[in-house]
Design a protein around this ligand. Structure first.
Ligand code: AGP
Length: 612
């Protein structure tokens, strides 16, 4: 993970780099640091957030028109000032920021140690900085660029790096393999970042580096080659990026803001695509590949975390309505387990960020096997969107809270549209059912608003269960995945251990956990599974578990039976996840807040997981 920012030009680098780091803080927030070239090379590093770094640097000289910065998600070495980037080579010649993992760093470190090098941090990055310096010092005629190339030729692993050399002050060297890097082209200035968000306000001309590209930037010049010093062609792309505001619009946290945005973002997701009156679903991003999609004999959906939960709902939708076999895979498993994939498969990669390393690697594998590959992604211009032939943007707007909320409902909305479009094209859905579902989907924003009005009630329930040590979430059918998602939300932001289960599985193990201390959150609307899930609730109650049920508005039976309940408006089961997840998001939010947790930036996590 980690975020990198760099600037070289005629403005003060500090402001640009710090602002950029704030945009990239979603990639990690264990520590932050900045290096500025202004005659000398000044390096400031601080454990904690970018704001802590800012506080620290305020009293120091931060002049300089060349700078690099880093926001860290720790891999090698605990979060600390010492392990924070930028890292400087032993003799102070090179300072670098790095996103990725140098897998053979232990070996390289040992070799450098035998050449007299010693290290102050536990990071792999410091090893790389000193390795560059080692090569640089081998020959008086050696320049920084060649030293970087030589060092990278020894490296196994992933890197996105920006390098400054004290002896070549008007230069920045950047390179990537496995970790994204984009260069913004200004007039007499260049911007470097892990994604385009820190760049978009300065220029719309960018170059996305490909694996093993190396660029040398001076104020007025930019050369691109590969790490073996061969020329590569440069493709300048036009940035079409809507920069989400970094403000909370009056909400206490980004997560709360994003939960409340959902009625609107769901609408944004289907706006222009869903036309109930004309019965047509328009997915412009799939036009070129739709014939291939229709030929697919099987669909494989890959993703991680919340995106994987959305994929599960996609599986149910696609199988029920489009009648195509679907498999859902964790990207991290898929990429390593030698799966059987071929040209008759459609592989759908789902990712909010479009930068998740496992998902990108899995989609690469699918491409190599000649499957038709499409993406469902929120971030325009992300690696996933550039690596797929076709796809569907979720249009949920920038999601800043690490716990994914509005991106999930947008992904599910897209999958619903896709399933219905395929069903219609394959003639596997009746006109009536198709039309009912389109109208049900179009009505979700209105119903969502009604759910969000229950915030105070949900807060009161949160107060009762905030001290729980464990929690169990249950659901059936389309709502099984909502149980998984509810449990993930609670555990990632409140640190309460939570498990999501298919309600029918409870009797096969999890029921042993039930006692009078355990909150059991059951998603139990009046659908075809209602009687079954009422029985599951009885089973929990018989063992003195505390049941909090998500019920259909007006359900008197469950209201009487359970300890606490949250209501959602009646809806078609296939669109119910979009509604049922909202009270669970709010419940997790309030519990986390009451426990004093950092809701937007939970410990140990990052918004975008760019390491394996
Ligand atoms: C969700 O709340 C998580 N923070 C996490 O599971 C996330 O969904 C996962 O890392 C995948 O991210 P992506 O959608 O950006 O690929």
């Amino acid at each position: 993970m980690c975020g990198i920012v760099g600037y070289i030009g005629n403005r003060e680098a500090y402001e640009i780099v710090i602002k950029g780091l704030k945009r990239l803080e979603y990639r990690g927030y264990d520590s932050a640091g900045i290096a500025l070239l202004n005659g000398s090379l000044e390096v400031y590093r601080k454990k904690g957030k970018v704001a802590d770094l800012e506080q620290f640097v305020i009293d120091h000289d931060h002049a300089g028109m060349t700078g690099i910065g880093h926001t860290r998600w720790a891999t090698h070495g605990e979060p600390s000032d010492i392990n924070a980037h930028p890292h400087t080579s032993m003799n102070g010649t090179f300072t670098i920021v790095h996103n990725g993992i140098i897998e053979n760093y232990a070996r390289l470190k040992k070799d450098l140690a035998s050449n007299g090098y010693h290290f102050t941090s536990q990071t792999d990055t410091e090893v790389l900085a000193s390795l560059i310096e080692y090569f640089y010092r081998q020959d008086d005629a050696m320049d920084a660029e060649t030293a970087v190339q030589l060092a990278l030729s020894k490296v196994v692993g992933a890197y996105g790096i920006a390098v400054l050399c004290k002896n070549e002050p008007d230069k920045m060297i950047v390179a990537r393999k496995g970790s994204p890097l984009v260069i913004g082209l200004g007039h007499g200035e260049y911007f470097v970042a892990s994604d385009a968000s820190p760049i978009a306000e300065y220029t719309d001309q960018v170059v996305y580096l490909n694996d093993e590209d190396l660029a040398v930037l001076t104020r007025n010049n930019f050369t691109l080659k590969n790490v073996r010093n061969s020329p590569v062609s440069m493709k300048i792309s036009r940035l079409d990026l809507e920069i989400g505001s970094l403000d909370k619009s009056g909400f206490e946290h980004f997560m709360l803001k994003e939960i409340y945005e959902q009625p609107q973002t769901i609408e944004e997701t289907f706006r222009g695509r869903l036309r109930p009156e004309s019965t047509e679903i328009v997915l412009g991003g799939l036009l070129n590949v739709f014939p291939d999609i229709l030929k697919a004999q099987r669909i494989i959906i890959i993703g991680c975390g919340t995106s994987w939960h959305a994929a599960l709902i996609g599986e149910y939708l696609l199988e029920e309505y489009a009648r195509i076999p679907v498999e859902v895979e964790y990207a991290s498993e898929f990429r390593y387990r030698k799966p059987v994939i071929g040209e008759n498969d459609l592989v759908i990669a789902i990712s909010q960020s479009g930068e998740t390393a496992d998902t990108l690697a899995a989609l690469q594998l699918a491409k190599e096997k000649n499957a038709t590959v499409i993406g469902i992604c929120n971030v325009v211009g992300s690696t996933l969107s550039r690596e797929t032939r076709a796809g569907i943007y979720t249009h949920a707007g920038t999601e800043i809270g690490v716990a994914s909320t509005k991106a999930f409902t947008a992904q599910v909305t897209v999958l619903t549209l896709l399933a219905l479009k395929l069903a219609k094209a394959r003639n596997t859905i009746s006109d009536d059912e198709y039309s009912i579902l389109l109208h049900e989907l179009a009505d979700i924003p209105r119903k969502g608003r009604l759910i969000l009005e229950q915030n105070e009630k949900i807060k009161a329930i949160a107060e009762k269960y905030k001290d729980a040590v464990n929690a169990l979430y249950l659901g059936r059918g389309y709502l099984f995945s909502v149980a998984l998602e509810g449990a993930l939300k609670l555990k990632e932001i409140s640190y309460i251990h939570a498990e999501g289960y298919a309600a029918g599985e409870m009797k096969h193990g999890p029921i042993a956990l039930v006692d009078d201390q355990l909150p059991v959150i059951v998603v139990a609307p009046q659908d075809e599974y209602y009687e079954k899930i009422v029985s599951n609730i009885e089973e929990v109650k018989a063992r003195k578990g505390n049941v909090i049920a998500v019920v259909t508005e007006g359900d008197k039976v469950l209201k009487e039976m359970v300890h606490d309940h949250l209501e959602i408006p009646a809806s078609h089961p296939a669109v119910a996840p979009l509604l049922a997840v909202m009270p669970l998001q709010l419940l997790a939010y309030h519990i986390a807040l009451m426990r004093g947790c950092n809701v937007d930036q939970p410990r140990n996590l990052a918004k975008s997981v760019t390491v394996e």
